[in-house]
Ligand binder design. Sequence first.
Ligand code: ADP
Length: 241
Amino acid sequence: MSIEIRDLNKKFGHLTVCDQLNLTIGSGELVALLGPSGSGKTTLLRIIAGLEKSDSGSVLFHGEDATDATVRERQVGFVFQHYALFPQMTIFENVAFGLRVRPRSTRPSEAKIREKVHELLQLVQLDWLADRYPHQLSGGQRQRIALARALAVEPKVLLLDEPFGALDAKVRKELRRWLRRLHDEMHVTSVFVTHDQEEAMEVSDRIVVMNQGRIEQVGSPDQVYDQPATPFVLQFLGDVN
Ligand code: ADP
């Protein structure tokens, strides 16, 4: 599912948060929105998701205008920094949730749900935790489950907002590999927000560098690193967090 952003503008009061943005994300790409805090990354992600309305401009999914489509119609999956799993449900039930709440006509059979959930739990190598509860898992394990849960409903697009932000450096590194691996298995068009250049470099196919609501550069990690297009990109990538 390709995503196209055309002439997108968004203000909060007098603050311009998305400033005439144009961007095309190819089907099956993993793209990082990278920039400092307040540069508009989350707002752009929320507009792609349908959680926020733009003031003008359009969002196209697979060439079709989705600007007025609801979150459900867009068939997006989410992983957030504090995307809490349901504490009273087992890991298995958490991953199965999105499939169980489907309308009867599209709901898979119980046997299919079981098969699908175990497949995903095996993919994140946590099948052995299926009967545990979220509080019995580490933060890194919980985010792997959150990834499995988001993918269970076979979203057309996966949106991740600082998914590993709350975790320590070692776990973050491990989760980056998980995200990359899951993406290579599932080929879901994915957009993830980060302020961590190392994370963007390691995980993504392309990086969109944002600053003050504008796109400074779009390119592969190598392009952005070797040929920064603006002084801002040069300075931002030079900064080590
Ligand atoms: P980033 O994800 O890059 O940190 P955001 O998109 O979250 O940036 O925010 C961009 C700017 O918009 C920030 O200055 C933020 O305070 C402001 N902002 C975000 N959401 C709202 C809102 N609902 N109301 C008012 N201002 C907002």
